[in-house]
Design a protein around this ligand. Structure first.
Ligand SMILES: [Fe+2]
Length: 524
């Protein structure tokens, strides 16, 4: 009898359909809410994305998962998982959780904020449950594995040979996803709250694609090529396909080939991953960016990692073609635009100016350039300000949308292991309220010696010195911003609440095993 290994994960939900993802321990037929799908097999593992259609708008349907006719979900101590479709005319109140950086259970890291949220939800009325969850990167840490994973790896290969305890291929990635996603509380939450995801560096490797020098260094190892392919195959299966709507899935050539294939699709996805990793530096690869509409709220998620332009002078966070797609999809009929970018766009001023200065330094010939590159890699100087042309292009886009009827534009980010809210202004006033909102980590830590740095880095006096230096090399930024909340430290989860034209962000931090509200930021 087949068993359920991971999931169900409730992924794309709109007013009439839902997708539910599972991993099983054998090939089988998976049934959810009247819809039925055969699993596909990749690298000896079995998966299905069940597309449930024909649902009524604004309804709540409890669901079970059946494998070959046997019910395997929900678990006994949880309320039934539900598919809650969006009303056709839009949700009167839309609530989305977001955050990044979630490591598996580890006594040294405190309680997981997502698990704490699930614990509270379990006893709540479903009308108080959030409508969506956005995981903004580092869903798995391929380069910082737990002792249990290292032990498991050591039974396959020697840890003495590079990359040691880091994962090396698709098979080892599947282990990471199991370790992260079979924690019962978060697993149940993700079975009942529609979840969107985007990778950040640790899903692949720390500093992924920070520069061409970094890529060249990795290419010289004998393990990187297979590691990056394994990362992208597993990302496609575990994270990406669930980001897509049923209509997108119908149009997706790779997905269609996978679900129609006889036998193991490991090789097919391996070839796809090889093409996808060529996306860096502008070759045609794949688009990982995507968009979702929740009534009067649009979520536009940008891939800031895999499609960067790193060589040939002009560095860019996203290739031209994908940036155009982002610009087109930022336009539409909605009140609130949420731009999901794992990497913050606007950072503490001092860090922002430092990153732009570093980008200039890295372009210098000789030792100056090499020193700049060393600093970039050791100091994680790789956010939007270190891709200044892209940061300006995003500013232009945000400004354009903020000058329409849109009520709020918020860039949601993670990565930096602390949280903050910054209000954004432009040289001339705009109509919408514009914010950078950062929530990180959900379950990780920050070394104690870094903490004072995050407080200091918001000091305008420190920033002023760097700003003067920067202005000798580059034009002033087309945008300014001011911190209105934070920096917050600890395991946390943020809530974006939109009600009509109003919106606010709530920040909750783990204390013990509970969440405690630490800030409310009205977005006006
Ligand atoms: Fe992280």
């Amino acid at each position: 009898m087949p068993g359920l290994l991971l999931g169900p994960l409730l992924r794309h939900v709109d007013s009439r359909s839902a997708t539910v993802w599972v991993e099983t321990d054998a090939p089988c037929t998976v049934a959810v809410a009247g819809a039925r799908t055969r699993t596909f097999t990749a690298g000896g593992h079995h998966y299905a994305l069940v597309v449930v259609t024909g649902l009524e708008p604004g309804t709540s349907t409890p669901y079970e998962v059946e494998l070959d006719g046997e019910t395997v979900w929900p678990p006994p101590d949880f309320p039934p998982s539900r598919i809650r479709t969006f009303p056709e005319e839009g949700d009167p109140e839309f609530v989305m959780l977001f955050g990044s950086c979630r490591k598996p259970i580890d006594p040294g890291l405190g309680f997981d904020a997502l698990a704490a949220y699930a614990k509270r939800m379990r006893d709540q009325d479903e009308k108080d449950w959030p409508d969506a969850l956005m995981l903004l990167g580092d869903q798995v840490y391929a380069d910082e594995t737990t002792d249990a994973t290292k032990k498991w790896i050591s039974e396959r290969r020697s840890l003495d040979k590079p990359p040691g305890g880091e994962v090396i291929d698709f098979e080892e990635y599947t282990h990471l996803y199991h370790e992260s996603w079979d924690e019962p509380l978060a697993r149940w939450l993700m079975s009942t709250v529609p979840t969107s995801m985007i990778f950040d560096d640790h899903d692949v490797r720390d500093d992924w694609n920070t520069s061409q020098t970094w890529r060249d260094e990795m290419a010289r190892t004998d393990w990187w090529d297979e590691r990056e392919r394994g990362a992208l195959v597993s990302y496609w299966i575990y994270q990406h396909i669930g980001n897509l709507s049923p209509a997108d899935l119908d149009q997706d050539e790779v997905y269609q080939r996978v679900v129609k294939a006889e036998g193991d699709v490991g090789e097919l996805l391996h070839e796809f991953a090889e093409r996808a990793r060529q996306e860096v530096n502008g070759s045609k690869g794949t688009r990982w960016s995507y968009r979702r509409d929740f009534g009067n709220v649009r979520l536009l998620v940008i891939d800031t990692r895999s499609g960067r332009i790193l060589s040939g002078g002009a560095r860019s966070m996203v290739g031209d073609g994908e940036f155009e797609w982002i610009e087109e999809n930022a336009t539409g009929d909605f009140d609130h635009l949420l731009i999901g970018s794992s990497l913050p766009w606007l950072m503490p001023h001092a860090i922002s100016y430092l990153q732009t200065l570093n980008e200039v330094a890295c372009r210098q010939p000789g030792w100056r350039g090499r020193l700049g590159e060393k600093l970039r890699q050791s100091g994680d100087l790789e956010h939007w300000p270190s891709f200044r042309a892209s940061s300006d292009r995003l500013a232009k886009l945000v400004r354009r949308i903020a000058d329409t009827d849109t009520a709020t534009v918020s860039v949601l980010s993670g990565d930096v292991h602390h949280g903050y809210a910054a209000k954004v202004t432009f040289p001339t006033p705009v109509r919408a309220a514009v914010y950078q909102l950062v929530c990180s980590p959900v379950h990780n830590m920050l070394p104690w010696y870094v903490k004072p740095f995050f407080f200091l880095s918001w000091r305008r006096s420190l920033a002023a010195v760097l700003r003067r230096r920067m202005l000798r090399k580059v034009d002033p930024l087309p945008v300014d911003w001011e911190k209105v909340g934070g920096p917050w430290l600890g395991n946390m989860v943020a809530t974006l609440r939109a009600s009509g034209r109003d919106a606010e962000m709530l920040m909750e931090r783990v204390e013990g095993e509970e969440l405690k509200r630490i800030a409310t930021v009205p977005l006006k």
